[in-house]
Write a protein that binds this ligand. Structure first.
Ligand code: NAD
Length: 284
């Protein structure tokens, strides 16, 4: 099956990035969120990204306009139902995602593939909420989507081989490098990354060092392009906490216990870059 159009559910950081890259690949994209203002915010983010490409001379204004013309903003899932592939990118919450897949299973044609951009949640459990577990798959893009090359493609227990191949082929067309991963908590990327971020938060919590010091050690000492706390702010501290909870519960291993300071920042609404404050301040 060749994918020529997709529905992206959730127009946040990731959903808007996925929609942009898909439209740049020539696909028609329906971009859905629960309220008009959220869809418009996602579209504005895409427009800003493309405008920057035009300013740098990497894209013509005509190209930008035709990419934007391929993105259809919607608030009702029904309006984007007739597609061969849906990519869900809503908040990292299993109950919310399962409910969305249940609705999509009812709305979409029988052959439609359902993909989740989840960072850590079980694809197999989302699949069980539908009547098409063989057509459920994980398509885990990295942030920012237009820049990062990797897509982890996660096979649920029942994912069909032809579905895997279709999604793998699309990831390549989108200019990405797909890597096959099996469905266990955190997959590979976040199972390795989040314990490092959590340990960095513990260093601040225990007064070992300031956030700036922790990040400088990792940048200059380990050659990381971004320190772990700067990266956590970029990912979103709520998303980081949610992933750690999945690792902690999924493996039942105390080594994944989220740092109380991370929990407290999330309670305070200090979610990182997207809320203006996390381990660093972004409010000017
Ligand atoms: P975000 O908070 O920026 O965006 C989430 C969007 O989902 C919001 O616009 C919200 O209004 C929308 N939403 C919530 N419930 C919805 C519903 N029922 N129907 C439609 N839209 C709904 O979050 P994000 O960073 O874009 O993350 C989205 C997903 O991508 C999560 O599963 C996350 O784990 C995953 N992810 C995030 C990153 C990252 O670095 N932020 C990287 C890879 C994967």
């Amino acid at each position: 099956m060749t994918i020529d159009r997709i529905l992206v559910v959730g127009a946040g950081q990731m959903g808007s990035g996925i929609a942009q890259v898909a439209a740049q690949t020539g696909l028609t994209v329906w971009l859905q969120d629960v309220a008009e203002e959220y869809v418009q915010r996602g579209l504005a983010r895409i427009r800003d990204n493309l405008d920057r490409q035009v300013e740098k001379g990497r894209m013509s204004a005509d190209e930008r306009d035709s990419i934007l013309g391929r993105i259809r903003p919607i608030t009702r899932l029904e309006d984007g139902r007739d597609v061969p592939l849906v990519i869900e990118a809503v908040t990292e919450n299993l109950a919310v995602k399962k409910e969305i897949f249940k609705i999509l299973d009812r709305l979409c044609p029988p052959e439609t593939i359902l993909a989740s951009n989840t960072s850590s949640l079980p694809i197999t459990e989302m699949a069980a909420a539908t009547n098409r577990p063989g057509q459920m798959i994980g398509m885990h893009f990295m942030n920012p989507v237009p820049v990062m090359k990797l897509v982890e493609i996660i096979r649920g227990l029942a994912t069909r081989d032809d579905v895997f191949q279709t999604v793998e082929e699309l990831a390549k067309r989108m200019g990405k490098v797909p890597v096959e991963v099996r469905d266990f908590p955190g997959f590979v990327s976040n199972r390795v990354l989040l314990p490092m971020i959590n340990e960095a938060v513990y260093c601040v919590y225990e007064g070992v060092a300031t956030p700036e010091a922790v990040d400088t050690v990792m940048k200059l000492g380990m050659n990381h392009p971004m320190g772990p706390l700067q990266l956590a702010d970029f990912i979103g501290l709520d998303t980081c906490l949610a992933i750690l909870e999945v690792l902690y519960e999924g493996f039942g291993d105390p080594k994944y216990r989220p740092c109380p300071l991370l929990r407290q920042y999330v309670q305070a609404g200090w979610l990182g870059r997207k809320s203006g404050r996390g381990f660093y301040r972004y409010d000017g």
